[in-house]
Design a protein around this ligand. Structure first.
Ligand code: NDP
Length: 334
């Protein structure tokens, strides 16, 4: 099994030297175990936080151990009645091409016609569920709301925009970091307006895109984007604080929003959340998303990097914005 391990805790931007690739010989299966050939492995922004040795909602990655995280694959050997060879399973054993563990660590998922298994890491998995609960449960989207989402061409953001529209938002606005992504937001994902946050003041660009203000802000980015949303909010506005990727590799002291008084005077609600507390919504989400995909009401993109040995490059590419939609690593076990 080829596996990627964290060997140093990065300060600022991680580099390849913070990781190593190891080859592990898997022992014979013992009773109750299964062996899975991963087909797709996920790289996600939250992994940057786990590389730091700090107290957080998930413990830090251990140095010298294989990187954990979401993956999907197929059972290739089983020593338990609970799994048969060929079953498709998701699990959290992360950056490796083969995994062998106790059956309890795996969950069987259905193989859907015309949908690649990578969907379980994105549009049918954690990132789209995050969009769904963040928008509907945390920000409590109402019909007629104007919604702004940052990181709008990414895995979470591209779902937020489309779900907002399907759930009756009046106007959906997104920001992203390249002209190609901005074009995609309006041409493919149904956003009403979009802008490139690298093209000048975010506050000014949002004010132009949202002449009547915003009611909901889905924050993937933090920093200047949150500042801009606070300036644009209408009375009673609600923010779902999902992530702050503009800060994850920064070694500067974070700059707080200056528009704090708007929280008071406009009666705003800013609510942070982590998806781990919302897994109970998975069945409702899965059913609704399956319908949206089957009817073509939701579309999605994936950016695929080949080779589990390139997982670090895929992760760094994600942090740099090289992905459109979900960043995925394909192992070659197909
Ligand atoms: P994305 O697919 O959105 O990929 C990350 C994107 O972030 C990049 O493509 C890049 O797009 C953008 N980005 C990078 N640096 C900056 C910057 N300085 N300013 C603005 N944008 C930047 O990742 P995900 O959809 O997986 O995650 C999106 C956010 O949601 C992250 O903050 C993540 O931590 C958070 N998250 C939170 C969860 C929770 O439970 N709370 C669960 C899942 C995700 P561009 O080219 O546009 O710059």
């Amino acid at each position: 099994s080829t596996q990627i391990q964290l060997v140093n805790r990065p300060v600022g931007w991680p580099t390849n030297a913070d990781f190593r690739t190891v080859t592990v010989d898997l022992p014979e299966l013992t009773a109750g175990q299964v062996r899975v050939a991963n087909e797709f492995v996920s790289v996600d922004p939250y992994m940057r936080g786990r590389m730091n040795d700090v107290k957080s909602y998930v413990p830090p990655f251990a140095l010298g151990e294989t990187m954990t995280g979401a993956a999907v694959g197929r059972v290739v050997a089983s020593a338990t009645d609970a799994f048969a060879v060929g079953d498709v399973v998701t699990h959290a054993y992360g950056w490796r091409d083969l995994v062998q563990e106790d059956a309890a660590g795996f969950r069987v998922v259905p193989e859907l016609p015309d949908v690649a298994l990578s969907a379980y890491l994105g549009v049918l998995g954690m990132t789209a569920l995050t969009a769904y609960v963040g928008l509907l449960e945390v920000a409590r989207l109402k019909e007629g709301d104007t919604v702004f989402v940052s990181g709008a061409a990414g895995a979470v953001g591209s779902m937020v925009g489309q779900i907002a529209r399907l759930k009756g938002a009046k106007r959906v606005i997104g920001s992203a970091g390249s002209p190609e992504k901005v074009a995609l937001l309006t041409s493919k994902y149904g956003f009403d307006a979009a802008f490139n946050y690298k093209n000048g003041s975010i506050t000014d660009q949002l004010a132009v895109a949202a002449p009547d203000g915003i009611d909901v802000y889905f924050d993937n980015v933090g920093g200047e984007h949150l500042e801009a949303a606070l300036a644009s909010f209408n009375d009673g506005g609600r923010a779902a604080l999902c992530g702050a990727i503009s800060l994850y590799n920064s070694t500067d002291a974070p700059v707080g929003p200056n528009n704090m008084t708007n929280i008071v005077t406009r009666g705003l609600t800013l609510t942070g959340f982590t998806i781990g507390n919302f897994w109970s919504h998975l069945p409702a989400f899965s059913a609704e998303m399956a319908d949206w995909l089957a009817s073509g009401q939701i579309v999605f993109d994936e950016t695929v990097v080949d080779g589990v040995e390139n997982a670090v490059d895929a992760f760094l590419g994600l942090m740099r914005g090289e992905n459109t939609g979900k960043m995925i690593v394909r192992t070659g076990n197909l």
